[in-house]
Design a protein around this ligand. Sequence first.
Ligand SMILES: [Fe+2]
Length: 269
Amino acid sequence: MEAPNTPDPTDRQVSRQTVLRAALAVGVGVALPVGLVSATPALARTASATPPLTPMCDDGDDPTPPQMEGPYFTPNSPQRTSLVEPGMPGTRLTITGFVFGLSCQPLANVLLDFWQCDAGGIYDNTGYRLRGHQFTNAQGAYSLSTIVPGLYPGRTRHVHVKVQAPGRPILTTQLYFPGEPGNGSDPIYDPRLLMTVRTVGDARAAEFDYVLNVPGSTDPPGDGTWAEGTSYAAGDRVTYAGRDYVCLQAHTALPGWEPPSAPALWRAA
Ligand SMILES: [Fe+2]
């Protein structure tokens, strides 16, 4: 594992979530399409582009808001990370991000079931075109390859998704695109569900992180003293120099990665 990223403490725009994203991005094993992988670190990408109203996991009480399912959900979608089919018209779009719990802990094996209309605003209600589900990896990351959905009467541009951590209730919600003329007139639109969207060549690269109503570790604080060589999992709690900390991502402790000096790995409890 590479050394954790250290944020610039003078950058007030760097949130805990952004720092965590940057650290997680180091180890993300999600395959991204060639041409859509930016050389810019996640830290720099998200520090200036994250919509201010998007719920942050450091708030501790702001899960991603639910939205109506609408009339076009079809159960039992195929498991796949790309909804793009040969010859499918539309602007290519990737949606990437992480799923966190209330304590900022990345959540693995979370089901994400996406569905959307095609570039012409039409849903496939007889098959599974532009429908698919996947699961977050060990770092809580997901990546979807699709196309920018079209428009249909009464709605602004959006993507539907159901998100479910193992053994937890389903969050049904929708994701939105910034700068859409229809955002202001769609009564369902919620700016807290805006994705960050960049143009990459002829394609779009969007990011959105979910915060689910999943509590962190229920272990009592201070159940162990931080020690080099110990393997920690997200949600583990330790004490160091008399303070309690919660592990943000799985790692094996190395010298120099003590909680106060590794904010990407530990947060104060
Ligand atoms: Fe829809």
